[in-house]
Design a protein around this ligand. Structure first.
Ligand code: HEC
Length: 172
């Protein structure tokens, strides 16, 4: 009898924690129209950085010199340089180093990710995998590296991972 009860409650606990895992994670919101979006599996490489991002919205590549360097190269490869300049301080497009942004949530890594993945209504097309063409675009891992590099170009010490900023701008 007692054993059955113990088994039942452990089963229940297991079920609840599984539900917890399923519900955990961030909601990605388009900068264009405020609706939710998800990243297609073809846009994911399965890296720990992607997993952490999808769970908490944090970018673990910030402060990782090797990842930042790769992100800087990808910034050129994806032509971000043409509009935002080689040091991301602005050219045809606006500067990206802050501390203020046209889309204020871009001070957070999740917010900037959302803006770049789906683009804006004011002149920037989405760059995320599958947004412009079904088989082309940035993977989430690449975009996290690009954002990490962009953060290195500012002089205000913004990392994009600050909890207070995330609370202020993101509704997860
Ligand atoms: C063809 C030019 C062009 C290219 C290429 C381009 N952008 Fe932009 N980007 C813009 C313009 C124009 C805006 C301003 C959009 C607006 O006001 O809505 C912008 C806005 C942004 C913003 C929002 C800035 C803010 O103040 O909130 C971010 C972040 C950004 N771009 C990142 C990137 C990254 C990263 C790439 C490369 C993957 C890229 N852009 C490629 C033109 C471009």
């Amino acid at each position: 009898m007692l054993n059955k009860k113990v088994i039942m409650s452990s089963l229940l606990i297991a079920l609840f924690s599984m539900a917890g895992i399923a519900n955990a994670g961030i909601k990605l919101i388009k900068t264009t129209d405020g609706t939710e979006f998800t990243i297609p599996s073809s846009g994911l490489k399965g890296t720990p950085a992607e997993a952490e991002f999808l769970k908490t919205g944090k970018n673990i590549y910030v402060g990782d010199a090797e990842a930042e360097k790769r992100g800087g190269k990808r910034f050129g490869f994806w032509s971000c340089t043409q509009c935002h300049g080689p040091t991301a301080k602005g050219q045809v497009g606006p500067g990206l180093v802050g501390p203020t942004f046209k889309y204020p949530k871009d001070i957070t890594n999740q917010g900037m990710f959302e803006t770049i993945w789906y683009g804006t209504n004011g002149g920037m097309g989405g760059k995320g995998f599958g947004v412009m063409a079904p088989d082309d675009g940035l993977t989430a891992d690449e975009l996290l590296k690009i954002i990490a590099w962009v953060r290195t170009q500012g002089s205000q010490g913004v990392t994009g991972n600050e909890d207070d900023q995330m609370k202020k701008f993101l509704k997860n």
